[in-house]
Structure formats: C-alpha cells, structure tokens
Design a protein around this ligand. Structure first.
Ligand code: XMP
Length: 508
C-alpha cells in the first residue's frame, strides 16, 4: 500500500487513480495523520502531493521530520518536494513561477526512478515557489529551462523529488515515472478494471426500497449516473430534466431518448422565465452558480413533495458529480476553492435529500468507459461535456435574454463549423464566450463599437489538465467571419490559447 499525503493539491486523487490503474492500493491521508499511519501500517511507499500553500508561510501544512527515518521510499511532488527540501535543510523561496508545459531534460539515468525515460519530454508545472538550495545528499536527475532542481533524488535516504506533475495526462511519461516509483516500493503492478456489477450493488445497498429522483442534464456524467442507477433499481429511479433556457438546443429530446432506451420516461420541468428573473442584475460568477444551484434544489424539493403526495417514498437525489467537480469545489481540507461546481459547492447546506453520487470517485474518461460498458450509445457517451450552470458561465456579466440568444447563436456556428471541418469528434469541449469587453470595428464604412467573443476549443481526457486545440487557420477564419457577420453586436473574435493550468476551461 502506498500512502498519499494530501497537502490540498487539485490532483492528489488523480495520483491515487494512476496507482489504481497499476493495481496498487492507496490511502489518502492528511499530513498530520502520517506518522501514526507509518507506525501502525508500515506503508510500502509515501507520496507527498502538491498543494496551494507555500512551505515558508506560517501555518503551512507539513509532516514530522521523523518520516525520513524509516527508510520507506518517499516521492515528493511539487509542494510535497518543497516540504522535503525545507525539512532537510534546503531553501525554498518565492521565485520563478511556471504554470503549464515545460521541457524537462534528464541528465542522469543511472537510477531506477529515471529508468526508461527519454532524454527530453514535456512535463506540466504548476508552482509559484522556487527551490533555491537543495539539502545535502541530493543529486539532480532533470531540469527545465528555468528550474535547475526539477527532478532530484537521494538514494541513501530513498527520497525522490519532482517539481512537475507526473499524474496529469499532459505530462509525457508521467505514468512510467510513477511506475518506477512503485518498483522502488517493491510492489507488483497489474491492470485494474471497473466492475459495473459492484457499482450497481453499491447503489442498491445505499438506496434500499426508497425512490431516487435524479437531476439529468443530458450531459455525459448525469446520463451515465442515470442509466447506471436505472439499471440498478429500475423504476425506483425517476429522472427529472429542468429546462431552464441555459442548456444547448435539443437537450430535452436527447434526455427523452436516452431514458426511453432503459424504459423510463423522464419528468420535464420548464422554468425558463423564472431562471432569467433570478439571474437579473447578477454578474459575479460564484453568485450565478449559487443562484442556479439553489434554484435547482428548490425545484427538486417541489418535485419531491408532488411525488410524495402521490405515494412515492422519495429520499435520494441522484447527481452525476465526478471527481474533478469535487476537488475544484474545495473537496478536501487543504485544497483551494477554484469554483463552485453547481452539483457540489453550489448546493445549499440544508437539503431535504440524501445525495446519491455513484460517480464521485471517477474521472471523465473513466465515466466514458462506464457508459460504454453500460451499452449507452457513443453519440451520448462521447458528447462534449456541458457545464451544469449552462450558458450562464459562458456569458461574462449579466445574463439577459438578448445576450443568451447571442451566445446560443455563436455556439451553434462554432459547432457547425467544427462539424463541417470534421474536427468536432476530436474536440473535448468547444464554446464561444461573451466576454463583456467592447472593441471598435468598421462595419459598412461606419464605426461600430461592439462586444468581443472569445473562442475556446480545448483537448483533454480527464478534465484535470487541458491544452488548446490547434485549429486550422481556415476554420478559425470561417468561425470568426460567421460570428461577426451573423451575431448582432459582435465586433471581433479572439482565440483563447491558455492551457489548464493555469486557466480553467470555462471562463467563470
Ligand atoms: P473547468 O472550467 O473547471 O471545467 O476547467 C472543467 C469541466 O467541468 C465543466 N464545468 C462544470 N460542470 N457544473 C458542471 O456540471 C459546473 O458548475 C461546472 N463548471 C465547469 C466544464 O464545462 C468542463 O467540462
């Protein structure tokens, strides 16, 4: 078993997932729990995760120095590495910052940890602090252009440190590096598969005879969660689709079609007008998410009352929450809150339901595997994700019916052009953003001052990291011209070339 010490990184659970893929058991602990765990369980290895703090700050989470006395292999990642440096007499300062891709050059291949790695590869960084001085006994294995101590080791003490993130999919050879560490821990690797029967049994066990109502949005996560639940408990599950005007065109029909295939008719609730009323005058992104989240719960509580009156024993609300939603909504003690995903952080504290979240521990690509195993058609399983709060988080500033219409039209144009170019199926997510920023244009020889639309098209599989899609220039040109010509009030289109990290995929 390998212990993962969670310093609040967005990707601690992703490290666990990678190790799970190798058939290795993991346990995620808070730093203050580590020493007693070592004494009682004697883990085979320890991984110290990244985290949002700085090791030199007062109150920054840390571990006992005794941790290094047991000879257990230790891998420090980013903040975890910096913690090792500080505890063993090195120096960490606020310094060179690196976010996103960097070229890692390996100079030392004589150790197990760098076994089989190429001389140069792309590694993803996300740090604002710099290691100024290494502790005694450490040797450099790799560096980037800006960071001389990006990958180090101390074989005598069995400690390894890396400033990049091997767990994210965009770090090339990250899996190989983690596998090398597993070998250093003297553990066997094997392959792991998801067991649908077990997932269904967990649902049956949690729910008993109660009725579950489910928020289904037509998106991949809620579709897979819904079909899985329907297969586990049949008509004890009642899917509900809320048409709030913030969803993509055709979503209602999609939802009906999906559940028809498992013999269930979803309830449809229409709240378009009321949704816009509640969003009136609201520009703050987190406030928007909370308003939408609260409204959802209100609707579901009203639905629950109606169903209970008709004799149904409703106790649970099913949600398609996945792990990236949980962690970005500050799902662990030392983690920073990035945004309140409306199916997690946007929920009010007092809810009248128990939550059923069968996909809470899975990532997007795993959810797609589960969907495929359940027999859901690829048209739904490989559909672009769409955020729970819908177009509201793609409109900077107030959401009005006019701005919503502009956003919808621009979105259709983007989807149409990507489809025509044969690119849509390879894109993880694509959308225009109404930026709220004005700029000057010349239309028909006259001055025109209109809004800037930002186009965002990204590639990802597990949502935790992403890079922008290298769209052909002619496709970019077509989209830009069509949006400026067909969507009223738009003066120009810009392409968003930010990676995640640092930028999130959505703008809000
Ligand atoms: P970010 O912007 O966090 O997006 O990099 C990652 C993925 O999550 C989607 N997203 C959401 N999904 N409720 C959801 O159900 C939300 O509040 C939410 N916010 C972002 C986003 O569309 C992308 O697929």
């Amino acid at each position: 078993m390998i212990v993962l010490v969670d310093f609040g990184s967005q990707t601690t659970h992703l490290i666990a997932r990678r190790l799970r893929e190798f058939g290795v058991t993991t346990k995620i602990l808070y730093p203050e729990e580590l020493l007693s765990e070592i004494k009682i369980e004697r883990p085979d290895g320890i991984i110290l995760s990244g985290g949002p703090s700085s090791v030199y700050e007062k109150g920054a989470p840390s571990i006992g120095k005794e941790t290094f006395d047991f000879g257990i292999p230790i891998l420090g990642i980013c903040y975890g590495f910096q913690t090792v440096v500080k505890l063993l007499g090195g120096k960490v300062v606020s310094g060179k910052k690196e976010y996103g891709p960097a070229q890692l050059k390996i100079s030392n291949f004589k150790f197990q940890i760098s076994n089989g790695l190429p001389e140069k590869f792309t590694a993803w960084m996300s740090h604002g602090d710099e290691i100024f001085k290494l502790p005694k006994g450490f040797e450099v294995i790799g560096r980037t252009e800006h960071v001389p101590f990006a990958f180090v080791q101390n074989t005598k003490k069995n400690i390894y440190g890396i400033l990049f993130h091997p767990e994210v999919e965009h770090t090339e050879n990250g899996r190989e590096l983690l596998k090398n560490f597993v070998v250093l821990c003297k553990l066997q690797t094997s392959s792991h598969t998801i067991n649908i029967g077990e997932l269904e049994d967990q649902i049956k066990h949690a729910v008993g005879k109660a009725v579950v109502i489910g928020a289904v949005s037509g998106g991949v996560d809620s579709t897979v969660a819904g079909v899985l639940t329907a297969k586990a408990i049949g008509k004890q599950f009642i899917p509900i689709y809320v048409e709030n005007g913030l969803m993509r065109k055709g979503t209602e029909e999609h939802v009906k079609k999906i559940f028809k295939s498992v013999g269930i008719v979803p309830r449809i609730v229409n709240v378009e007008e009321e949704m816009l009323k509640r969003l009136k005058g609201v520009s703050d992104p987190e406030k928007k998410r909370r308003i939408i989240g609260n409204f959802y719960i209100e609707i579901f509580e009203a639905e629950m009352k109606t169903l209970i009156k008709s004799g149904k024993q409703v106790e649970f609300l099913l949600q398609g929450t996945i792990y990236s939603d949980v962690i970005e909504s500050q799902g662990t003690k030392h983690a920073a809150k990035i945004k309140s995903h409306h199916n997690v952080g946007g929920l009010p504290n007092k809810m009248k339901f128990k939550l059923l979240e069968p996909l809470r521990h899975f990532y997007k690509d795993e959810v797609r595997i589960i969907g495929t195993m359940l027999g859901i058609s690829p048209e739904f399983v490989f559909k672009q994700p769409f955020p729970g709060p819908g177009y509201a988080v793609r409109i900077r500033g107030e959401v009005t019916s006019i701005r919503l219409e502009k956003e919808k039209l621009a979105d259709e144009i983007v989807l149409e052009e990507l489809e025509k170019a044969g690119i849509l199926k390879n894109v993880f997510i694509s959308f225009p953003v109404l930026t709220g920023v004005g700029s000057t244009a010349v239309k028909g020889d006259g001055r025109f001052f209109g809004e800037v639309i930002a186009l965002r098209v990204v590639e990802s599989t597990d949502v935790m990291t992403s890079t922008w899609t290298r769209l052909p220039y002619e496709v970019l040109q077509k989209i830009s011209s069509r949006i400026v010509n067909e969507v009223s009030g738009i003066s120009r289109v810009v392409y968003d070339i930010s990676t995640k990290p640092p930028a999130t995929m959505e703008w809000e």
